[in-house]
Design a protein around this ligand. Structure first.
Ligand code: ADP
Length: 265
């Protein structure tokens, strides 16, 4: 009896030790990963902003040069791609900061319909290029929430950007708002490639992308939706998705109306 008990206690203690040391090791690894991403993205931001400034200067100089329009066109492309790179780097940096729990959100009164307009404005080039069908259906009469306008605009931007990216044929985009349970529901729907049930359970994970074999025509890091989820939840809201493979998807973000919704990550 005695030997049995001692053995059992020892086995339990060994298991406990292994479990605790694994947790500590994983925490250390995750800290190292976050620090690395932090440092790397900061290092990348400096050259990106220098390139941006140089491009602006070059555009200005080329306007007074003979044949300058050609140069200005190339500079425009460099500038656009540089900004895109900057946005991607910023996104990775924000995810790393969120994981460390030190992302600061600025809380103010924001009008959800204005946020949607702003996000659509930022995406106007993509929308024009795709020449799609856009339906706006603003039904919410109470449209103010307490939140961070920059991050909430990014949330809507990411959802609309995805709807455009994952609608390879014709683009049919619908954006609507509705007041529901003391909050406002913002829905973004498309008639794109859609998602299977199994994929829906994973799309909000960091770095998850639906496998597309060897096709790399749609670019991304798999960070957009996990960012959306984190920001929405930090505002006391939630995000849900309805989708069917081949038939399109509807992403709905619900945010509480102005009131007690403490911001935390
Ligand atoms: P990504 O940068 O890859 O777009 P996201 O986190 O925004 O990353 O999305 C994760 C994955 O979810 C995408 O790679 C895509 O496969 C899928 N997805 C997201 N939005 C849609 C959508 N509207 N329709 C179909 N699939 C989508």
């Amino acid at each position: 009896m005695m030997t049995g008990s001692v053995l059992l206690v020892m086995v339990v203690m060994v298991c406990f030790y292994v479990a605790v040391s694994t947790i500590i090791r994983q925490k250390k690894l995750s800290d190292i990963k976050s620090d690395f991403i932090n440092n790397m993205t900061h290092e990348l931001k400096t050259p990106i902003s220098t390139i941006g400034l140089a491009v602006d200067m070059a555009v200005e100089k080329s306007s007074s040069m003979p044949g300058g329009e050609g140069v200005a066109r190339y500079m425009d492309i460099i500038g656009t791609e540089n900004r895109r790179l900057g946005v991607q780097v910023e996104r990775v940096l924000q995810m790393a900061q969120m994981e460390k729990g030190n992302l600061e959100l600025k809380r103010e009164t924001v009008n959800v319909h204005d946020l949607i307009e702003k996000a659509l404005n930022n995406l106007s080039v993509q929308l024009e290029r795709r020449n799609g069908d856009l339906t706006l259906d603003y039904q919410a009469s109470l449209e103010h929430v307490h939140g961070d306008p920059v991050h909430l605009t990014n949330v809507i931007y990411n959802l609309v950007d995805n709807a455009i990216k994952y609608s390879p044929d014709t683009l049919k985009l619908g954006i609507g708002t509705e007041n529901q349970e003391n909050g406002i529901a913002i829905s973004v729907s498309d008639s794109g490639i859609g998602l299977s049930k199994e994929q829906i359970t994973r799309i909000f994970e960091n770095f998850y992308r639906v496998p597309t074999g060897n096709r790399h025509d749609v670019k991304g890091f798999g960070l957009g939706l996990s960012y959306v989820k984190k920001i929405v939840e930090a505002h006391g809201g939630r995000v849900s998705v309805r989708s069917k493979k081949g038939e399109g998807s509807t992403f709905t973000v619900w945010l509480p109306l102005m009131g007690d919704n403490p911001l935390h990550i």
